[in-house]
Design a protein around this ligand. Structure first.
Ligand SMILES: Cc1ncc(C[n+]2csc(CCOP(=O)(O)OP(=O)(O)O)c2C)c(N)n1
Ligand SMILES: [Mg+2]
Length: 372
């Protein structure tokens, strides 16, 4: 086996070939249900965006197994430094679709108080889901710094940082990998190689034989895993998490998967990905793959699967309806959570702005116009 042969667990017949994922039946079904909830949330967001009710969304159809398999390998006390497609990790750990919809609508109940783009979630409970960065790779050294701090404090927690194939070209990736290696920081690097960075294919992203190969230069193990095989992702990430937790330092896991949709709601992948490639990966959908495994274990039938998906769709759709009714954040919240104590000059400028907005009637929900 070369370094580029992806690790696989579930074969074409749904057999895990004797591998014990260490999950109860209930936990396996939680993984499955989470994948369905991710797909349903994604589908509903696409509809909301097309109907003009939210401004933007980031599809993640096709990468559910990578996210859920990886999320299943960490504990709630660990820290997640996610990429913008990682809402499956949040759902797995108990964040609700309604909490996520508050962000999609940027309403007053959004944890970021409407200051982030849609899909740029941040949560502290029940898992530390670090605020998503739009600039590619900036969260990678932040995750390494957090992990190093955990080590210095003698905590037994780890940081899981997730980014795309394109993210490996960022400076943040290289400085983060370097210092994680030097400091033996308890961090797991998860490169979600969906083979495209918007319209840039991997051939134009790297000359390495794999993304995992980049681990060698930074003195850590690198492994390639089939990202559409939930149990393989769990196995690889769990090994990496255990290494990090026990003082063995960082690991780079490359999960090879595919984005079965646009980069965002603002592009059309059929314009740059050949149809044969799109069709080929439709056939490798991670959800039916896991269904085969569950069916082989007597845990799945088409009827139960359909009923669960319908339930997930209704849940996401009801969350959308509810979040849409919530007021927009008040203008006065722009300094909330920013300063421990708002400096006097900022307070004065703020007051001036709030008074002006009140006089001109522009402190209310925006209408999309730039307020002059
Ligand atoms: C520093 C920086 N450069 C460029 C962009 C524009 N941009 C947004 S997403 C993206 C592609 C990222 O691809 P990848 O890391 O593979 O993640 P994926 O979207 O495929 O999950 C780019 C170039 C950005 N957000 N930040
Ligand atoms: Mg990518």
């Amino acid at each position: 086996m070369t370094m580029t042969d992806p690790l696989q667990v579930i074969d074409a017949n749904g057999s895990a070939n004797g591998y014990d994922p260490g999950l109860s039946e209930e936990e396996l079904l939680h993984c499955y249900r989470t994948m369905l909830r991710v797909r349903a949330f994604d589908a509903i967001c696409l509809k909301l965006q097309r109907a003009g009710r939210i401004g933007f969304s980031i599809p993640n159809r096709g990468i559910e197994a990578t996210q859920v398999g990886a999320a299943s390998a960490i504990e709630k006390t660990d820290w997640l430094f996610p990429s913008y497609r990682d809402f499956g990790m949040a759902l797995y750990h108990g964040i609700t679709p309604l909490e996520m919809m508050h962000n999609m609508f940027g309403n007053a109940l959004d944890t970021a108080k409407g200051r982030q783009m849609p899909v740029h979630f941040s949560f502290l409970e029940p898992i530390k889901f670090y605020s998503i960065s739009s600039p590619i790779g900036t969260h990678i050294p932040q995750a390494v710094g957090a992990a190093f701090a955990m080590k210095k404090r003698g905590e037994k927690t780890v940081a899981l940082v997730s980014f795309g194939d394109g993210g490996t070209s960022s400076l943040g990736f290289h400085s983060g990998m370097n210092f994680a290696g030097v400091w033996k920081a308890p961090v797991v690097f998860l490169c979600q190689n969906n083979q495209w960075a918007i319209s840039c294919p991997s051939e134009e992203q790297t000359a390495s034989e794999s993304y995992a190969a980049k681990a060698v230069a930074y003195g850590m193990p690198g492994v390639v895993v089939d990202g559409n095989d939930l149990l393989a992702v769990r196995k690889a990430v769990l090994e990496a998490v255990e290494r990090a937790r026990s003082g063995g330092g960082p690991t780079l896991v490359e999960a090879k998967t595919f984005r079965m949709g646009g980069h965002s709601t603002a592009d059309d992948p059929t314009k740059y990905i050949p149809k044969e490639v799109l069709d080929e990966w439709e056939g490798k959908d991670p959800i039916p793959r896991f269904e085969k495994f569950l069916a082989a274990s007597g845990l799945w039938t088409a009827e139960t699967g359909e009923a669960m998906y319908k339930e997930a769709e209704e849940e996401a759709s009801a969350a959308g309806r509810e979040a849409e009714q919530v007021d927009k954040p008040g203008l006065e919240t722009i300094f909330s959570d920013v300063y421990a104590e708002v400096p006097e000059h900022v307070r004065k400028q703020g007051q001036f702005t709030f008074d002006l907005a009140r006089r001109k009637g522009e402190a209310a929900a925006g209408d999309g116009e730039f307020p002059l």
